[in-house]
Unconditional design. Structure first.
Length: 367
């Protein structure tokens, strides 16, 4: 299905800033907030984000994140096929995340096969919806993260202190794979400001100790509008403790209010306003931070994958370190001379044998 562009209305004041939204959804999911099932489409996302100058969106299949046995459950394979059919338009690109089911799938074999042929840029986990707590299925989750690290797939987690998607357990998983980018959606969903700040402190300690490569997005912290000042304080705390380099713009589009283009723009404005307040009197620092949060961080992690150490590149670097530039030239010259000498010797030997054969009376001549 072709995705239609929406008519460009008056955008928010962040409308001129390009954005990369790290949290979008398609598929069917039960929404506990509204007590009903919704079916989200790529068109819903485009209708919401295009007017707000969003250029890229990471999208997961919520159909693949329902509990096994539930009416809307979909297997990893079927959810992967669903998400790979999504398409953006000329203004907005949609990038699929693989919806993963540790504790439901029998090992990582299905996911591994999907990643061989799919166009996925990362892996999504929702322990709450799949009803598979990290603490009870730790090794199963760890196996998926090992696969992710091997295949250069950053991981994103629904994060909330509910016994299933606990931030402390996500951090513990991330520390098993310290180079792998792991993003905590919502930081700690709808928690108290104190709990959210505690989670940020835990992330800060882990990252600064070199134990992990953790990031957060800023969607649905303590609610959207009713707790504005609390949310501002949480975001400012994150800026102070982990810096703008580890904060990503994510919305949860098109779920609930984030399926409304005007409220989406209002949310983006709120993030920009908060960051500018934090860097009060430092416009250049504010601008740099905003570019990182709204676009650059996500681009580096999910698209450029600058964190990933390619084994081929590692080999090249090892050779360069072993042989400095001058040494490489000498080494290369020696190899070339050796090849030429071998070729000359081979030609001489062949010519000599030909001459000998020519004078050999027992040779057979084909006519």
């Amino acid at each position: 299905m072709k995705i239609q562009s929406v008519q460009m209305l008056s955008p928010s004041f962040t409308g001129d800033r390009r954005k990369f939204d790290v949290q979008g959804h398609v598929g069917e999911m039960y929404d506990g907030i509204h007590n009903k099932t919704f079916n989200y489409t790529a068109q819903n996302i485009i209708d919401t984000v295009e007017i707000n100058n969003v250029k890229k969106v990471l999208v997961s299949s919520v159909s693949g994140l329902n509990a096994e046995g539930s009416e809307k459950f979909m297997s990893e394979l079927n959810a992967a096929q669903e998400i790979q059919r999504i398409a953006g338009n000329g203004n907005v690109k949609l990038y699929p995340l693989l919806s993963c089911q540790p504790g439901i799938s029998k090992g990582i074999g299905v996911a591994e096969n999907i990643l061989k042929t799919g166009n996925f840029v990362g892996m999504k986990f929702h322990p709450t919806n799949t009803d598979k707590a990290i603490k009870d299925n730790f090794d199963a989750y760890a196996a998926y993260l090992s696969l992710a690290e091997d295949k250069a797939m950053p991981c994103v987690f629904h994060s909330v202190t509910d016994g299933k998607s606990n931030p402390v357990d996500i951090i513990r998983l991330a520390e098993r794979h310290k180079k792998l980018p792991v993003v905590l959606y919502h930081i700690d969903l709808m928690s108290t400001p104190e709990q959210l700040m505690k989670t940020i402190d835990n992330i800060s300690e882990s990252v600064k100790a070199g134990k992990s490569n953790l990031y957060v997005d800023v969607s649905w912290l303590t609610g959207l509008w009713e707790n504005a000042e609390q949310n501002k304080n949480v975001i400012k705390h994150a800026l102070d403790k982990i810096g703008p380099e580890r904060i990503l713009f994510g919305s949860d589009t098109p779920i609930a209010e984030m399926g409304d283009k005007e409220k989406y723009g209002k949310f983006a404005d709120f993030i920009e306003e908060t960051v500018k307040e934090f860097y009060n009197g430092k416009p250049q620092e504010a601008e740099s931070a905003l570019n990182k949060i709204f676009y650059d961080n996500a681009e580096d992690i999910f698209i450029n994958k600058n964190w990933y150490e390619n084994p081929i590149e590692q080999t090249k670097q090892t050779v360069k370190k072993s042989f400095p530039k001058k040494g490489l030239m000498i080494f290369g010259g020696a190899v070339a001379l050796g090849v030429l000498a071998f070729a000359a010797k081979k030609l001489y030997t062949n010519a000599k044998h030909a001459k000998e054969n020519e004078n050999n009376p027992s040779r057979v001549v084909k006519k």
